[in-house]
Design a protein around this ligand. Structure first.
Ligand code: CP
Ligand code: NVA
Length: 323
């Protein structure tokens, strides 16, 4: 079991079980099952969450999920703490580890969350860096499995920037043997090291990772069409970047190439009218709000798995989901 979650393949060995656990726990919690409601592996622990960038879903889903698991969520906003001003990442990690049971960190440079983890004696969870967004990928694959329980012959299409969200989505799909076809404009491809890892996992699972610059190619016969903003947080100075994404908008014309079972996904926040039209965002096949809700359930499974693995395993056995 890994100590930290920096990219989604850190939980490669148990990924499917983490997702099944989340799906079953959600069902139990929503039907008022006392065992789920009284499952408090984080009791007496404070989980600190550092945010260098804004957040709606990650912050709220962590705060609510941590409370539901019996812990205390302590949110630390960039302007309120010394990190990045008068204190290094390493010293911050050393100090926070003396108080907290777990740390989540949303940062600009991925090297910062890696450095925090390297200097922390408690579990560190990446809550989005410029390179990875593992909590998003866990919620995404949980949502895909809920929608398509027989997930083996699925095709997921990505249309847009080769960014942090695509990186963990492609790793996660490959880890579960789901085909991923991504269309990014030239110059906006995902990082080579991430693609290599995804290709390795896909070959272990007889699935494919396919790259194209043609959105129609990617979307053709796909079951899931996924996009994200063209300009990510921290790239606001790249004003003209958006001009390079001409033809990459997810709209009804592009989606007409998909399989009839298609579902639309987006990590949110969406820039309606840029990467996706209102018509697709609000379509009955859009599952973006289920996907957003699943951030909490997937993170609850990850938190329990990482912070109190025996309790997570015992709960999994009790759920009878094949541990
Ligand atoms: N998807 C996601 O991480 O959303 P927030 O930026 O609102 O946390
Ligand atoms: N790629 C986006 C994801 C936001 C959840 C960003 O990094 O801003």
């Amino acid at each position: 079991m890994p100590e930290h979650l920096l990219a989604i393949d850190d939980v490669k060995e148990d990924f499917m079980d983490i997702l099944k656990w989340a799906i079953e726990f959600k069902r139990m919690w929503k039907t008022g099952d006392e065992i789920a409601i009284n499952f408090h592996p984080l009791a007496d622990l404070t989980v600190g969450s550092i945010y260098e960038k804004p957040s709606t879903r990650t912050r709220v889903s962590f705060e609510v999920g941590i409370s539901r698991l019996g812990g205390y969520p302590l949110t630390l906003l960039k302007n309120d703490i010394q990190l990045g001003k008068s204190e290094t990442v390493a010293d911050t990690a050393n100090v926070l580890s003396r108080f907290l049971g777990c740390i989540t960190y949303r940062c600009f440079a991925h090297s910062d969350v890696a450095e925090l983890a390297a200097n922390s004696s408690v579990t560190v969870i990446n809550a989005l860096s410029d390179k990875h967004h593992p909590c998003q990928a866990a919620a995404d694959l949980m949502t895909i499995i809920e929608e398509f329980p027989d997930n083996k012959s699925l095709k997921v299409a990505w249309v847009g920037d080769g960014n942090n969200v695509l990186h963990d989505l492609m790793l996660a799909c490959a880890m579960l043997g789901i085909d991923i076809h991504y269309a990014c404009p030239k110059g906006y491809e995902p990082a080579d090291d991430v693609v290599s890892r995804a290709e390795e996992y896909a070959s272990e699972n007889n699935s494919k990772v396919i790259s194209t610059t043609d959105p129609i190619d990617a979307v053709k016969n796909s079951n899931v069409i996924y996009t994200d903003v063209f300009v990510s947080m921290g790239e606001e100075n790249l004003k003209d970047k958006i001009d390079d994404f001409d033809g990459f908008q997810v709209n009804s014309e592009l989606i007409s190439n998909a399989d009839s079972t298609w579902k639309f996904m987006h990590c949110l926040p969406a820039h309606r009218g840029d990467e996706v039209t209102d018509e697709i965002m609000d379509h009955e096949n859009s599952i973006v709000f289920d996907q957003a809700e699943n951030r909490m359930w997937a993170q609850m499974s990850l938190l329990a798995y990482l912070v109190d693995n025996p309790a997570w395993s015992a709960m999994g056995e009790m759920m009878g989901i094949g541990f």
